[in-house]
Ligand binder design. Structure first.
Ligand SMILES: O=C(CO)[C@@H](O)[C@@H](O)COP(=O)(O)O
Length: 230
């Protein structure tokens, strides 16, 4: 077996394990109900992605039943899990990977507060430092788009290209998040729901107080480049 094949096989195995394991985080943080939501990961160094099977209980997701697809969203025949149908959002995830080469992971959830902002068609205003840290500003609204073709993917790419936010609220539907890898995209989904809830509660109590842009900029820089362990 040549080294390229070994590299491919090991990259696929690692991505399957990562994506399967991360789905449990959506349940742990209460971001999905039933089989709603999905996570995918780009297979590093290859024009491939791994995504969950459609409509399968989170309790039954394993590395082996994750589905390997091309970046056109086509299932790679004869591979583990290929007997099942991939997520109904596969086209959206694939469109993001084709058009945003820096993205290594995509997540979709139906988390309550984020979906509530999406139902109002309102961007979440950056009025707490946690939003400045994680999203560098407001969390934007994406267009209303029907599942089944590239519409959702196009809406995600048009909204997030050149935008600091790793999260977009697709109007009347819910959040999609992106990241350098699947884990980073899951973090964005978790933090999104936290800020969506906090700002919703804040606004229900009265007027929101904005943060000066230069403060948002410095908070974002610190969090992205200084915070944590290096
Ligand atoms: O919201 C949608 C589609 O956008 C849901 O169907 C989705 O969360 C779950 O679908 P899958 O189980 O990934 O096919």
């Amino acid at each position: 077996m040549n080294t390229h094949t070994l590299d491919l096989d090991s990259a696929v195995i690692a991505t399957r394990a990562e994506v399967a394991e991360l789905h449990a985080e959506l349940v742990r943080y209460g971001l999905v109900a039933w089989t709603g939501g999905n996570i995918s990961g780009r297979v590093p160094g290859h024009e491939l992605m791994v995504i969950k099977p459609s409509g399968v209980s989170y309790d039954n997701l394993t590395p082996e039943n994750m589905i390997l697809c091309t970046l056109d969203g086509v299932v790679v025949a004869g591979t583990l899990g290929s007997e099942n149908s991939p997520s109904s959002d596969t086209a959206a995830h694939a469109y993001v990977y084709r058009n945003m080469p820096e993205v290594g992971g995509v997540v979709h959830t139906h988390s309550t507060y984020a979906v509530a902002w999406a139902a109002r068609g309102e961007p979440i205003p950056c009025v707490i430092t946690a939003m400045a840290d994680e999203f560098g500003g407001d969390v934007p609204i994406g267009p209303f788009a029907i599942i089944g073709d590239d519409s959702i993917g196009k809406g995600i790419v048009e909204t997030l290209t050149g935008h600091r936010s790793r999260a977009v609220l697709m109007q009347n539907h819910g959040p999609f998040t992106i990241g350098r890898d699947a884990s980073d995209a899951v973090k964005a989904a978790v933090m999104l729901e936290d800020v969506a809830r906090t700002v919703h509660v804040a606004r229900s109590g009265g007027e929101l107080v904005s943060i000066p842009q230069d403060r948002i900029d410095s908070l974002f820089h610190r969090y992205q480049h200084v915070y944590g362990q290096h």
